[in-house]
Design a protein around this ligand. Structure first.
Ligand code: AR6
Length: 172
């Protein structure tokens, strides 16, 4: 899987599927979730209401309405409780389930925000390698490119470091 990093706003990023770092109700979120709902329009919330929530580490798909994408894939990341409540495996599952759903939906490209590293407080230096390693390990039928859309320079630097660490490990 080809991995790219981009610093900016995911609601303006064109990809077949855009991932939303949601909560388990799939309703009433802030952060990137709030931005996605504002940009997509009220039809997105109406469709989310029909889904009856989503478990942490799983993923559900909706239309993307006014966003420059075909689908929004909603995934509730784990809330960080110190690292002993399966947080790493759940975060990995978020990325894997989103990739599978996008691939099954015929998507060629997908864009992710930095899941769980905002309100849910998952440490960025631990989250970034989990995300990058999971993207790198995935091989789909249709899906060819995954972009991590980082909202600020600190987030971008953490993902850049994780990509570099993976490259170094492959060369060693
Ligand atoms: N584009 C890209 N990334 C963004 C954007 C944007 N427009 N806005 C924020 N981010 P968070 P979480 C970044 O808190 O930690 C919500 O209320 C942000 O800087 O949105 O998974 C949900 O409903 C950070 O790097 O998601 C849940 O209740 C990253 O997105 C809860 O927050 C994730 O931050 C989920 O918390």
């Amino acid at each position: 899987m080809q991995i790219e990093l981009f610093e900016g706003d995911i609601t303006r990023f064109a990809a077949d599927a855009i991932v939303n770092a949601a909560n388990t109700s799939l309703l009433d979120g802030g952060g990137v979730d709030g931005a996605i709902h504002r940009a997509a329009g009220p039809e997105l919330l109406a469709e989310c209401r029909t889904l009856h929530g989503c478990a942490t580490g799983q993923a559900k798909r909706t239309g993307a309405y006014r966003l420059p994408a075909r689908y929004v894939i909603h995934t509730p990341g784990p809330i960080w409780h110190g690292g002993h409540q399966n947080e790493a495996a759940l975060l990995q599952s978020c990325y894997t389930q989103c990739l599978r759903l996008a691939d099954d939906s015929g998507c060629r490209s997908i864009a992710f925000p930095s899941i769980s590293t905002g309100v849910y407080r998952f440490p960025l230096d631990l989250a970034a390698p989990i995300a990058i390693q999971t993207l790198a390990a995935f091989s789909g039928v249709c899906l060819q490119k995954a972009t991590m859309v980082c909202f600020d320079a600190v987030t971008y630097a953490a993902y850049q470091q994780a990509v570099q660490a993976l490259d170094d490990a492959h060369e060693a």
